[in-house]
Write a protein that binds this ligand. Sequence first.
Ligand code: A3P
Length: 290
Amino acid sequence: ALTMKEEDKLYRYNGVLYPIIMSPPENLKALEGLEARSDDVMLVAYPKCGFNWMVAVLQKIIAASAGLEKSDSKIAPLIEFYSPEVQKVRVFYQRRTTISNAPSPRLIGTHLPPKDFPASFSAKKTKMLVVFRNPKDTAVSYFHFTNKNPVLPTAKSWDAFYSDFMSGEVAWGSYFDHALAWEKRMDDPDVLILTYEYLKENLQDGVRQVSKFFGFKLTEEQVKAISEASTFNAMKESSKDSHGQMGNVFFRKGEVGDWKNHFSEAQSKQMDAEFEKRLAGTKIAALLKY
Ligand code: A3P
């Protein structure tokens, strides 16, 4: 078990908080040298917006289009978790594969905002799937996650976490800053932005859109099979295989609207006002139906 003091678990890099264990400064510095490929499959999401869900969907899409029964990569591949040696030499979750010699298409993920991406991703016009989620449910999911994940600090209370979330004093920074950064890329042909809520309602359609966006050709049968294997219940059931002991931590409730069980009336109003102030009239607000 991790015995660090809570306040030592996060540190600041370029003004934003990161977990020191998983993303020490040398990782973030070394990212500058990461070589993108034009056929990388890049997945981007602010924490708790559905990253692991889409990792599973993308793994299945890649495997199916290669005629494989099962994908062979196991854990969410966040580039900020790669150590400098690992970046050059090996990906930690797949001991024998290195990021530089992994076969295409590589599935690459990050919670970073676009300005912090290695430069070569834009040079190579790498396609990116970006997932957003209603900020209230995101905050609630993050609260439970930070309390269960030993690399993140345990919150003193929901109220304390809520206030850190609102001021962006959480790992990977402000939800609102991320949303504004992606708003600028909304019409970029290399970017597909989907929401958690949309995927919850239209998973088959989401799978179809995602595979088309990345240029994979799936049969309708494959689309259907992948969606069925990617529902919350299906994924929770297989989470011991995919995430080991962290299974229950990553697959908690999987619902839309759980914020109602946590937010006070005043917090809900304050979040609405902040959303209005930062994101009113944006396309991302429309996507989130805010
Ligand atoms: P909850 O905490 O609200 O349950 P991330 O993968 O970005 O960390 O996001 C985690 C959130 O996505 C958790 O939300 C988790 O339950 C939810 N989730 C994971 N798999 C899902 C699925 N197949 N369908 C719906 N939600 C899913």
